[in-house]
Design a binder for this molecule. Sequence first.
Ligand code: ADP
Ligand code: SF4
Length: 694
Amino acid sequence: MTRDPRYDVLFEPIKIGPVTARNRFYQVPHCAGLGHRYPFANAEHRRIKAEGGWAVVCTEESEIHHTSEISPAMESRIWDENDIPALQLLTDGVHKHGGLAGIELVYIGYHGPNRYSREIPMAPSHTVTDSYEPVQARAMDKQDIKNLRRWHKQAALRARDAGFDIVYAYAGHDMSLPMHFLSKRHNQRSDEYGGSLENRVRLFRELIEETKDAVGDRCAIAVRLAVDELLGDSGINSDGEGKEIVSILAELPDLWDVNISGWSNDSMTSRFSEEGFQEKYTAFVKSVTSKPVVGVGRFTSPDTMVSQIRRGVLDFIGAARPSIADPFLPAKIEAGRENDIRECIGCNICVASDNVVMPLRCTQNPTAGEEWRRGWHPENLQGSGSKESVLIVGGGPSGLECARALAQRGYRTTLADSAPYLGGRVALEASLPGLSNWIRVRDYRTGQLDQMLNAETFVNSTMDAALVQEFDCDHVVVATGSHWRRDGKGRQHKRPVPGLEDFAVFTPNDLLNPDFKIEDLPAGNVAIFDDDHYYIGGVLAEMLARAGRTVYLITPASEVSTWTKHTLEQERIQTRLLELGVHISQQRGLSRVKSGQLEIACIYTGRTEIIDCQSVVLITERAPERGLFDALTQLKNAGSLDQIKSIQLIGDALAPGTIAAAVFGGHRCAREFGIETDVDDVPFKREIPWFSEN
Ligand code: ADP
Ligand code: SF4
């Protein structure tokens, strides 16, 4: 296949100060939960993106000095020369494929409580830190400012020595000291670093100038600036101070990397934003600088990218999440294979990984974070050399991914699903408010399966043990999913809740059934008991409220959908539900069900109250759908299934979890299929901290 000429513009080389990017694809700095703790994994994760065609590949935040660190989060460090070898792994990897390596030098300021170093955090003015911790930052004096400028310059020199081509001065996300100086919210100084905007810009200007003096002959100097905080006049905004800051510094850096702040705005999920959602805030930048501009907006469509360039919005297509979901996105467009792009679904499981301090994972790309330790390449799988056939029962995320990857390995695959459609739970959940992008989990995989001659898919095909027995195949993989329990068992109630049998009880499966109509719920109020705490309780409350029902959402947690704090969505979800008039009862458990009434109780005092409702939706726990697997195993053990060499159980049918976990489970099954593994062995390489006294 050849590249569509409409996309030629995306492959033009662009000069950034003293270096040149080979095309317009730019992986902006992003966290990966790897950083200084897992340097080999981090380097390989970034190397693969350069291999996949990204012209620029950046690090995550790189802490420049021990007086400002954000442990236990796994960011990069460039505190002294001991950090150079780990970073060199990354630059060498990126250079190997002709990419430019960028490093985001960060001084976190009051955002980091310095849990590891125990240094007192610093800020423009005395202030509490923004984590809910009993830590305050102290106001910097003139010597502190001089020190900081020296530290930044020394870090820039180390970055150059580590081989970086682009060095950042960072003022984004309200998570960096230069941003705190820029912001009148945080900066209440009365000296030449506070007060007027010119004064508040002073420190940032000095950092940019001094970085340029130090390394500008060899490295491009990039600025990352949040041009809007979505706080109106009380924050930096693109109609006001954001625009003025860019105008003041316009020609100073070699590149402008612009975004919106805080992180929950910048990395907004698809539930709350569309592709290109940052354009209205960042579009002005190119009109005030002649330097190249990079911006983000979950870009996965080459047409949208071209439009950004042609309309003069951006010079570089910036991406964090789309580069995680598909490290080969540029290479695919270049090869005329844009239909093969594994599009980011905007779910922020990747962000959550970093927030809970675990190595990166991604719903769409099961190899993310596994490139080094398991040696998983996002595009290449080891051929099986086998012509054996595999029947996969269940076409949800795990079954689809398993079938796709097995077929890629050369197995003959047949996938059968009882539903009239493929996709399992994503096919249903994608119809919920804001989740339409999630259908990409299915569409990428069915798109790939359709192209493979050794893969067949069947819908409306319920498989039982007898049918499997008749089916001519060498192996069976069971990916039959799970269903939500109807009896209330879950986190709060370890046993079924008595009395539910006399109540109109619904589960998410009922509400997601394509035949479900809102009138199927008894007239009157509906209660949702959410003891799951991820998205489904909140999104069903939204659906029912939008359908005109009075909804009571009861949760033992302190806020609705509490786990979505990690995906940066919680505040938006709670705000939306409150605006829709949903009655929220937090820190309340389900106490009992009695004569058509729901009694709930405070989780601390046990004090009860009655919710007047005519139906309840229980979101507590899911039961694996493992009947087929158990029946097949029984037959096999009885010697009645000798023609079938193996039977495996994967995805939610093994243990219900996230869609990301199901995709990973399907992928892992395919990767390891036919390969001897020993459960006693650690199945991946580990990075043991270097045993030294540095
Ligand atoms: P996962 O997340 O593990 O992929 P899902 O619940 O999304 O699980 O998908 C499971 C799929 O399995 C559903 O589409 C369901 O229709 C299908 N399925 C369940 N039991 C059978 C069966 N006996 N025969 C064929 N398909 C089945
Ligand atoms: Fe996109 Fe979700 Fe993957 Fe993150 S985890 S890159 S948001 S698909």
